[in-house]
Design a protein around this ligand. Structure first.
Ligand SMILES: [Zn+2]
Length: 430
């Protein structure tokens, strides 16, 4: 039988994030469960023991050893909010925005989200899958092992399905874990500018049924002819962009109700540009509320009572050159579980680097380095409902591990703009 045990030894710091508390809130977010001269024993893709190198050595005689002297070992990052299915960078937006152009001027010059919609509609399945896979590989080279990936630049049934198929194909060729999300409600596509509600109907009645993986029986007499039986589930989540200029709270509620009826989990883009009360969405038990630049005290009180995670995306604020950032301190100090993600997308956050996001979180949102790491690992896992398998290094969990060329975990957000990730392991393998 092929040996499949590996031991990582002599880490300067092993960040376990252990303790069965998920999501982490308040002062729990600063507790990384650090073991010095740390070791991790991995068997058949799972972590079977953690401890000091001396403690684990006697139990690991037959294991392959990876010497991690001078390194920090931590759970692989969970990037719980990305938009990787696009065809081209948005360089017109980038340059025009620098010169002070408005959204309208950018759109007139051929930029904006419409450029991404055109690109995805015209791209082949292979091109999109290739782009997604390239992004996933970049992400893992920076220590990310689990990624949430949204559709949302196709915005018609065929192009949203093509986008989710591209995610699925890329995921099959990447050793990490990908959680697919339907974001048909990203923006109203140009052809429905005069009839937003008709587009919402298409999301509810065409897109959601098509991605949920459940054969549909519209009428009992069709029961014998279920050509959809082999339909694959293409999304685990439905996301909506609740914002002025995108979808109203009432439209979002309609879409999320359709999602729940089709047994899909829910998450919401909210509070990026303007405030919307979170309690409007209480009935959906959303796994995560994302962006959260604009929050009220009532929202914070609501979030501190429930398990939903607030996923903050400060790389978007950075890239847009904004002065304001999501209020991480207010949220954490009030007991809200905070996660961090890249928001990787061509318009507002073209970065695949979680270490960069951690750096921005520390410098611009005043999160401590320890809080940022918790937000990017165990709380990110909670933001995808994967906390039983991912996000901490404890016996029984998947051996998804990032190893950084750093003697102290604070170096991970400290060295910004460079990649100090030395190795990424997925289920114990490179
Ligand atoms: Zn987003």
């Amino acid at each position: 039988m092929k040996k499949s045990a590996t031991i990582l030894t002599h880490a300067s710091q092993l960040l376990t994030l252990r303790g069965n508390v998920a999501p982490r809130r308040g002062s729990q977010m600063a507790d990384l469960g650090i073991i010095e001269d740390g070791a991790v024993l991995i068997e058949n893709g799972k972590i079977t023991a953690i401890g000091t190198t001396d403690e684990l050595r006697p139990h690991s005689k037959a294991a392959d050893e990876i010497d991690c002297r001078g390194k920090v070992i931590l759970p692989g990052f969970v990037d719980s909010h990305t938009h990787p299915v696009f065809a081209a960078p948005r360089l017109i937006d980038f340059e025009k925005r620098i010169s002070g152009a408005s959204y309208e001027e950018i759109a007139t010059a051929g930029g904006g989200i419409r450029a991404s919609i055109r690109g995805v509609r015209e791209a082949s399945d292979e091109q999109l899958a290739h782009h997604v896979l390239t992004a996933l590989n970049e992400m893992s080279s920076h220590g990310t092992t689990t990624v949430e990936a949204k559709s949302g630049y196709g915005l018609d049934l065929a192009s949203e399905l093509k986008s989710l198929e591209a995610i699925k194909r890329a995921a099959e060729n990447w050793p990490g874990t990908v959680v697919p999300t339907l974001l048909g409600a990203h923006t109203v596509p140009p052809e429905f500018r005069e009839d937003h509600d008709e587009y919402v109907r298409i999301v509810c009645e065409e897109m959601i049924p098509a991605v949920c993986g459940v054969p549909q029986v519209r009428a009992p007499h069709l029961g014998a002819n279920l050509g959809n039986n082999a339909r694959r589930q293409l999304a685990s989540y439905v996301d909506v962009f609740c914002e002025r200029g995108a979808f109203t709270p009432e439209q979002c509620v309609r879409i999320l109700r359709a999602a729940v009826q089709h047994s899909l989990k829910t998450r919401v883009h909210i509070g990026q540009l303007t405030h919307t009360a979170l309690e409007l969405f209480a009935e959906f038990h959303c796994t995560s509320f994302d962006h959260m630049d604009h929050v009220s005290n009532a929202d914070i009180a609501f979030l501190s009572r429930i398990d939903a995670v607030a996923t903050l995306l400060p790389a978007a604020n950075y890239f847009l050159g904004l002065d304001a950032f999501p209020p991480a301190r207010r949220l954490i100090d009030a007991g809200v579980a905070v996660a961090l993600a890249t928001d990787y997308n061509p318009g507002t956050s073209p970065t695949t680097s979680m270490p960069f996001v951690l750096s921005v979180a520390c410098t611009h949102m005043k999160m401590s380095p320890a809080e940022a790491i918790t937000a990017a690992t165990i709380n990110g896992a909670c933001a995808l409902d994967l906390q039983k398998k991912k996000g901490s290094l404890e016996p029984g969990k998947d051996a998804d591990i990032a190893i950084f060329d750093a003697a102290d975990y604070r170096e991970i957000p400290y060295w910004f703009g460079v990649n100090r990730c030395w190795q990424t392991l997925f289920a114990g393998r490179e």
